[in-house]
Write a protein that binds this ligand. Structure first.
Ligand code: HEC
Ligand code: HEC
Length: 311
């Protein structure tokens, strides 16, 4: 009798704690194209260039999601057809959003060097709907051929992760808005605003971002002290806490995704969606207890720390 009563109390307490501690959705980590953008991105119709590249592409060519630009063919292995051109009509080229180098943009994901089996599991989770968070990925995972899926996973797994994001602690940041393709860009009024409890990521060079140029990455502005708070949390269960699964220095293992040097807002999105249940594939079982009690600030601090590590 006593035992049962304690059990009931425990359950009541746990569900209370869970709802009290659930994170608020960090909208800043989920960029959505502004419905009334303060500016339209200029296009003079002329071909664009990239430093040290002998190639040239017009804006229309850059926006062709079945034939995106390949500015620097020498910095990556030959792309399989599905990565370079997709599988029309429903599978757009992976390289359009993840770039030929797999490093991606902040609104998508860095997939360079992730284990192939992990990538395939994610495609399967998108296909079944167990993992949400990207309408494009849900559609692509449903339509892709088995062969294309395997070739894309093998290609991205073969790439070396590269330093792609610079984490900078700041109190104020340039005012931004979200342009077409969910890309965060600088507001035309060129004002600054308080960062507050957010992470704001900006291209090191906005033109190179818009040109899908993989030669130039991002700056992630994070609140003062976030990196150290994140380090303390990541190592709270001893120096190996997150690293016990995510590998030495959190650089991943032969079957675990790395966290080091990845886009902080991507990591925030994943921690939030695992906690909310929007990301619920078989692989995330191990993560559920870990994220259950994280607040939005915890997610921010952890992600700032991982973003600051060398990939
Ligand atoms: C139109 C843009 C777009 C295209 C094209 C695209 N992706 Fe993605 N992909 C995304 C976005 C956005 C996310 C991340 C969503 C999130 O934050 O959860 C993503 C995430 C992923 C992930 C999860 C990464 C992880 O670490 O868990 C995999 C795997 C992936 N994409 C594979 C592919 C493959 C393979 C292709 C080509 C067949 C492809 N993507 C084409 C936008 C795209
Ligand atoms: C017991 C093992 C384990 C521990 C400890 C662990 N993780 Fe994970 N984590 C996983 C697994 C397994 C996945 C892959 C989930 C999947 O397949 O969808 C994952 C995935 C993730 C992802 C998504 C990666 C991506 O590419 O989308 C993030 C972010 C993450 N973990 C953060 C953390 C943080 C932060 C900690 C420490 C506080 C941590 N993990 C500790 C097992 C673990």
């Amino acid at each position: 009798m006593r035992k049962i009563a304690t059990g009931v109390l425990m359950v009541a307490f746990m569900s209370l704690a869970a709802s009290a501690l659930a994170a608020d959705k960090p909208d800043w980590a989920f960029p959505v194209t502004d419905k009334t953008p303060p500016a339209t991105l200029p296009d003079d119709g002329k071909a664009k260039a990239a430093p040290g590249s002998d190639r040239a592409y017009t804006r229309a060519q850059i926006e062709d999601l079945f034939n995106p630009p390949d500015w620097y063919p020498a910095i990556h292995p030959a792309m399989p057809n599905v990565v370079a051109h997709g599988e029309p009509p429903n599978v757009r080229a992976c390289a359009a959003c993840h770039l030929p180098t797999g490093t991606g943009h902040t609104e998508s994901a860095s997939v360079a060097g992730m284990p192939a089996a992990y990538l395939l599991q994610q495609m399967d989770d998108y296909r079944t709907g167990a993992r949400k968070g990207s309408g494009s990925m849900l559609a692509i995972a449903k339509a892709i051929s088995d062969e294309g899926n395997k070739q894309a996973a093998a290609y991205f797994a073969s790439l070396k992760p590269r330093a792609w994001i610079r984490v900078v602690e700041a109190e104020t940041v340039p005012k931004t808005y979200v342009a077409a393709g969910n890309k965060r860009v600088i507001h035309p009024d060129h004002m600054f605003e308080p960062l507050g409890a957010r992470i704001i990521e900006l291209a090191e060079d906005e033109n190179r971002l818009l040109n899908r140029d993989p030669g130039s990455g991002f700056v992630a502005f994070v609140p003062k002290g976030a990196v150290e708070k994140g380090r303390a949390l990541a190592q709270a269960g001893g120096p190996q806490a997150c690293a016990s699964c995510h590998g030495e220095n959190n650089r991943g293992t032969k079957d675990m995704p790395g966290l080091a040097g990845r886009t902080p807002t991507y990591l925030v999105r994943q921690l939030f969606m695992i906690q909310s249940g929007e990301r619920a594939g078989v692989g995330v079982e191990a993560m559920k207890a870990i994220v259950a009690k994280l607040s939005t600030d915890d997610m921010l601090n952890l992600s700032a720390y991982f973003g600051s590590l060398e990939p």
